[in-house]
Design a binder for this molecule. Structure first.
Ligand SMILES: *Cc1c(COP(=O)(O)O)cnc(C)c1O
Length: 362
């Protein structure tokens, strides 16, 4: 029996209703149904309509299921970039998208700021020839985030034809985007949706689809089975191209229904209340300090702190109480801790975590 509460930034604690939905999935033998069955189409449609409600997604958007957010990086470049992309980079995930564009032979431009820093939108210049602007709303490696207002300001600086892509992998459904001001938003389910890993959700508008068709008509390669036109053709029938992760799509439909019952606004308020408690603790602590200096750029969902005690020692202490936080990312493994503040984490669990961190001497 594992009683641990995972504050790791993904995979993380599962949403509290997942165990019960998983049991029901077994009873219904969801793992055995055909992905061409009517039953699957209903599951797909339920997940899609639930997400449309939760995120307030406009009609010109499609909801596509892929393997992961990492896959979206590759598909985005293949389908939506003929030559040039532009990337905002302030940590490991945003950098990886940039590198993907280079590996696929595109001319990738970058505006990079140091780890732990947010972007100053005023100082960003986007070349006129840019076809895709890659933003990262929540950089999980460093705990920095962009506000919705900043994303809107980037749109104003983006060439009219270019597509704005937003990585919201470790923050949705927290940010209330103006979807009419961006073109694509994507996430993986093992972060804020509190599900097991193995499913990516790619939200695209009609502009992304038109661009993919344009490249295809020019005779350029836009990939193979997961091109936007082939994903769309199946999505319109509530189906996928390949045999998908049916179980996870089923669980997503259920969890999104639960989240809608609570309401997106309530989830946002709870996220902010828990984040405020965590940051207040970090600011008062002698051992820990928020890694991101500017409060406006501090993530609400993946909170990163510098630690004078090695992260492994912090987790050794927490393990006695069945608690675990994330270690720092990459070279910050021991000098930072990362605390996930996802909808699956209750205020009670957050308070218990802070109480045990306090015991380390603060
Ligand atoms: C986790 C994460 C990814 C990658 O997600 P996968 O499911 O591993 O593909 C991308 N971007 C951000 C910001 C992430 O936190």
């Amino acid at each position: 029996m594992n009683n641990k509460v995972y504050f790791t930034p993904g995979p993380s604690e599962l949403y509290p209703t997942v165990a019960q939905h998983l049991q029901e999935a077994m009873t219904q033998k969801i793992g055995s149904i055909s992905h061409r069955s009517k039953q699957f189409q209903e599951i797909y449609a339920s997940a899609e309509s639930g997400l449309r409600e939760l995120l307030q997604l406009p009609d010109e958007y499609e909801v596509l299921f892929v393997a992961s957010a990492t896959e979206v990086w590759e598909r985005a470049i293949q389908n939506n970039v003929r030559r040039e992309s532009f990337h905002l980079v302030n940590g490991s995930f945003s950098k990886r998208f940039y590198e993907t564009a280079q590996e696929l032979g595109r001319e990738a431009h970058v505006h990079e700021v140091p780890f732990s820093q947010g972007f100053h939108v005023e100082s960003i210049t986007i070349p006129e020839t840019t076809e895709l602007v890659a933003l990262i709303q929540n950089e999980t490696s460093s705990g920095t985030s962009m506000t919705v207002e900043e994303i809107d300001q980037i749109r104003d600086k983006t060439p009219a034809d270019a597509l704005v892509y937003v990585d919201a992998v470790s923050s949705l459904p927290y940010p209330a985007f103006d979807y009419s001001r961006v073109d694509s938003v994507y996430f993986s389910v093992q972060k804020c949706f509190g599900l097991p890993a193995g499913l990516g959700v790619w939200l695209v508008n009609d502009r992304c689809l038109a661009k993919a068709r344009e490249l295809q008509e020019e005779g350029l390669s836009i990939g193979s089975y997961h091109t936007l036109p082939s994903l769309l053709e199946k999505a319109l029938q509530s189906q996928t191209v390949e045999t998908p992760n049916v179980l996870n799509i089923y669980l997503l439909a259920k969890v999104v229904t639960d989240m809608n019952q609570k309401g997106a606004e309530q989830i946002r308020q709870e996220t902010e209340a828990k984040a405020a408690r965590i940051y207040t603790f970090l600011e008062q602590s002698k051992l820990f300090a928020p890694a991101v200096e500017q409060p406006a750029h501090r993530s609400k969902t993946t909170i990163v702190a510098n630690t004078t005690m090695p992260a492994s020692e912090v987790n050794k202490h927490l393990a006695q109480y069945d608690l675990q936080v994330g270690s720092g990312y990459g070279k910050y493994k021991e000098t930072q801790i990362r605390i996930a503040n996802f909808p699956a984490h209750s205020m009670e669990q957050v308070e218990q975590l802070l109480e045990k961190l306090k015991e380390l001497g603060s």
